[in-house]
Ligand binder design. Structure first.
Ligand SMILES: [Zn+2]
Length: 77
């Protein structure tokens, strides 16, 4: 006897007899930490990247960019 996924609106069978979620919701929970969380794509980030690039171009002489680059390098190391 197969059970149905516990997520509201999902009528798929559970991935195993011990699981409470279907295979797609189980994968979302594993990847993103929540069954209703979808992946963040490059298209989602594109408007924010444009805002940052515009801000950098507007204040190109600011000393903040060298500080941020140094902090990013320290974080990457
Ligand atoms: Zn499901």
């Amino acid at each position: 006897m197969s059970r149905l996924c516990r997520v509201a609106g999902c009528c798929s069978p559970t991935s195993s007899r011990y699981s409470i979620y279907c295979s797609s919701h189980k994968a979302r929970l594993r990847r993103h930490g929540a069954v209703d969380q979808k992946a963040i794509t490059k298209g989602d980030l594109k408007p924010y990247l444009r805002l940052v690039q515009d801000r950098i171009q507007k204040n190109e002489a600011s000393s903040l960019w060298t500080q941020l680059n140094a902090r990013w390098s320290a974080l990457a190391d």
